[in-house]
Structure formats: C-alpha cells, structure tokens
Design a protein around this ligand. Structure first.
Ligand code: ADE
Ligand code: ZN
Length: 353
C-alpha cells in the first residue's frame, strides 16, 4: 500500500481554526469502511417492511430508534441483522444503496468502497444475484448522477464457519467482476482471523483485494493475524493496535491503512467518550488512519458528522484534516492516477480556504 504518498503543504497551516468545521465538510474524501446494510434508516426499514409484507417487532420508527442503545458490538449486531430482514428484491438493495450514495455525495464523499453481507440475505432465501445486481446498479448510477465512484467489497460473517464462507464465495464467483474484494465482519471476539485463513488464501489467488475487521473489540493479536495470516491490505477499525508498540511500528512502516469509525466506537462503547478516542494518537504515530461511518443509520452520523464531532471532541487541527482525507485516497483501491487526481482536488479545496 505504498504506491502513492501525498505530502502536506505547510501553507495550509494559515487556514484559521474557526473554519475547520466548514473545511471538514467541504473537503473531498473517500469512505473505505461502511456496511451498506448499516445505512438502512428506520424510515426505510418501515417502508420496505410494508412494501414486502415483512413483520418487524417495532410499533413505529420512533420505537425502533429507541432500541438503538448499544452496550457492545453484539448488542448492535442483533438489531442490525433484524433490520436487514426487510430486504428481499433487487430494487430494495438498489434503494438502500442509493439512499446512502446520495448522503455520501452531500458530504463530499467522492469515492466509496461499500461492504455488503450476502450471508445475511442468502440465509433468508434471497439469491446472491438479487443482492449483487441491486447494489451494483446503484454503484454504476452513482458516477454519472452523483459524481461519486462506488465499488463493493463482499464480507464473510466471522461468526459462521469457514466452510460457509467458501460456499458464499462459490455463489459470488459468477459476479466476480461486480465486487473488488472481500472482508471479514460480525462478532469479533472468539472468531480470530485465522479461522478464515484458507478462504482468504483462495480469494488472494483470485486477485481479490483483502481487508478484515480486527482490533475493534478484539486484541492486537487479531490485527497481527489479519496481517500475517490473512495478508490483508487494510485493517478495519484496528484501534486496539495502540496497545502494542511493535504492532504500531509495523502498521506505520508498511503503511497499512486503518479504517477508523469514531462514532461507531463511541456508540459501541469501545471508547467511553469521543474526547478519549485515539484517532489523533494513531495519526501522530504516522499510521495511515482514515475516518469512516461504519453503520451510519445506527451510530448517529454519516461521514461529515464523524469528522466534525471527532474534531470538536479531540481538538484535531487543519493538518489532521488534510492527512485524513489524503489517507483515504492513499488507502483506497483505486489506481494511482485516480488517487493523484483526488488529492489535487483536495489541495485545491484547502488552497481556497
Ligand atoms: N462495526 C462492525 N463490526 C463488525 N461487524 C459489523 N457489521 C456491521 N458493522 C460491524
Ligand atoms: Zn465495520
């Protein structure tokens, strides 16, 4: 992940700090860690439930929103999988992705790599083709209609077996050209990366890009095995890496991006308070950290909310803002020419402030 390393222009230090919130919103950015099923707003859950005749155990949108009080990752996942049960048809997947892409465009997200969880749907009898076609059609429309480039990363659910991950890969291979890589998500503790060593090796042979959630709630050892066993190119979350100085050194030296999700970490009680978040420490240690929304409908904010609330709580500065946006392009799976073009746009926005 070292094919492109943009450099900060110290003249940007002249931007007054009171313009930081405006700058954070205006700067072009890439989103590298969001689960498309986590963008299902309660209103859309209710609309799809009605359209598809699916019963949901909440009386109203407000009632559902009230249930969004999480104590840890598992308490969230239980509600997240229940919410996804309203998705049945190709158009449902399109509508969900489109709603997210419109929000992303409004936040000046110019490129996004969206996770999807096919096993959540195939287990309910929804065909892989239905899922992938709907999501991909929205990605295709996003460039001409919203100016957002969008691609898909298929995630394996780590609470299920490696055999089931292999079956999912087999079902997805007819659509190989419609997604760029694979990831690993769901309940982390008790399901270490090495459980999926063989399926990730196969995906690597197939030329798929590799990422995995590690070090969200799980220990630094899970980040080591995501790197050394799964051979991932990016680590999703990875915030627990700060507990292991040797790991921090490795991540910095190899420029392995961490896709950090501050509001998610707050809502899932990974940090007790946003002011205690270690994003600034990760950046100051030279890591390629990025800001992302994870499951924006559940965690209280899309990209710009993640940026503005985190900066306000932690006191990060203009240079951090530039670094985070530059890191998002460096860490993305687009080609070097496209990365360079986006960083040129980033620099132009900073120069205009
Ligand atoms: N934050 C998260 N961690 C693990 N799996 C997830 N699936 C959706 N959001 C997730
Ligand atoms: Zn995630």
């Amino acid at each position: 992940m070292t094919d492109f390393r943009p450099v900060y222009d110290p003249r940007f230090d002249n931007i007054p700090s009171d313009r930081l919130p405006e700058l954070l919103r205006a700067m072009p950015k890439a989103e590298l860690h969001m689960h498309i099923e986590g963008s299902l707003e309660p209103e859309l859950i209710f609309a799809l439930a009605q359209r598809n005749g699916v019963a949901i155990p909440y009386a109203s949108v407000e009632d559902l929103r009230k249930a969004y009080a999480f104590t840890n990752l598992q308490s969230f996942l239980d509600i997240y999988y229940a919410g996804a049960s309203v998705l049945l048809k190709e158009q449902d997947f399109y509508d969900m992705a489109w709603a997210y892409l419109e929000r992303a465009a409004a936040d000046n997200v110019v490129h996004t790599e969206m996770f999807f969880d096919p096993q959540t749907h195939t287990a309910r009898g929804v065909a892989m083709e239905t899922v992938v076609d709907g999501l991909h059609r929205a990605c295709v429309d996003a460039q001409p209609k919203l100016g957002v480039s969008a691609s898909l990363i298929l995630c394996f659910l780590r609470h299920l077996s490696e055999e089931e991950a292999f079956e999912t890969l087999e079902q997805a291979l007819p659509f190989r050209d419609l997604f760029i890589g694979v990831g690993l998500d769901s309940s982390e503790v008790g399901h270490p990366p090495e459980k999926f060593a063989r399926v990730f090796a196969r995906c690597r042979e197939l030329g798929l890009r590799l990422v995995a959630h590690a070090g969200e709630e799980g220990p630094p050892e899970y980040v080591w095995s995501a790197l050394d066993v799964l051979k991932v190119e990016r680590v999703d979350h990875g915030v627990q890496s700060a507990k292991d100085p040797a790991l921090m050194k490795r991540l910095a030296q190899d420029r392995i991006p961490l896709t950090v999700c501050p509001l998610s970490n707050l809502k899932l009680c990974v940090f007790p308070d946003l002011s205690k978040h270690n994003l600034g420490a990760l950046l100051d240690a030279g890591l390629v950290a990025t800001v992302n929304s994870d499951d924006p409908a559940y965690f209280g904010g899309y990209m710009n909310q993640n940026f503005t609330q985190t900066f306000e709580a932690t006191g990060l500065k203009v240079q951090h803002a530039w670094q985070l946006a530059a890191n998002s392009f460096e860490g993305s799976f687009i080609d070097v020419a496209a990365k360079r073009a986006y960083v040129d746009r980033l620099n132009a926005v900073f120069a205009s402030f």
